[in-house]
Design a protein around this ligand. Structure first.
Ligand code: ZN
Length: 176
């Protein structure tokens, strides 16, 4: 079985709820007119309710030449245009920004910014520079259980970060 809210496939009918996101398993009595459609609607609403406060972005750094040396001149937050609740599980969504490439294999740190209502947190992700020819792009890959990985590279070659939970433990709750 699959959890329609978060995409978790490790779930069986004996569980009352999805262990990753808490979405209740629906047992239906009789056949409604459109049980699939009903389930899709309810799970979509649950996903949206859980993730609607979450905004996602990442930090970008600018550099300039000063006295013959390249120095960091600024840090900016760049927001992803896709909402957390609209990310398709298992499919990378790329931002359209072009970023300068760093030599392949080098260690890079990407800072993911997860905003939650008024508050926010930054998560530093260590990755290895991907082997690409052109500009880098930054993407998001939603994982089962309301988590995301950051992808850097392009649609042909990219590196992926570890998975980061979108919700902090205390927010997850079991209340639905
Ligand atoms: Zn789930």
């Amino acid at each position: 079985m699959k959890c329609h809210a978060c995409g978790n496939t490790r779930i069986d009918a004996a569980m009352g709820r999805c262990p990753l996101c808490g979405f209740p398993l629906m047992h239906m009595v009789g056949d409604g007119a459109d049980p699939e459609g009903m389930l899709r609607k309810l799970s979509g609403e649950y996903r949206e309710q859980k993730l609607s406060e979450i905004t996602l972005g990442f930090l970008t750094y600018s550099h300039e030449m000063r006295a013959g040396r390249l120095v960091r001149s600024g840090v900016r937050e760049r927001a992803f245009s896709v909402r957390a609740c609209d990310l398709p599980v298992g499919e990378i969504v790329w931002e359209d920004g072009d970023f300068a490439r760093i030599d392949e294999g080098e260690a890079i740190t990407v800072t993911l910014v997860i905003g939650e209502g008024e508050a926010g947190r930054q998560v530093e992700l260590s990755m290895e520079a991907p082997d690409t020819e052109g500009f880098w792009h930054v993407g998001l890959l939603a994982e089962p259980g309301f988590a995301v990985r950051v992808a850097v590279g392009d649609s042909k070659a990219c590196c992926r970060s570890e998975a980061v939970p979108l919700l902090l433990k205390e927010q997850e709750g079991q209340e639905g």
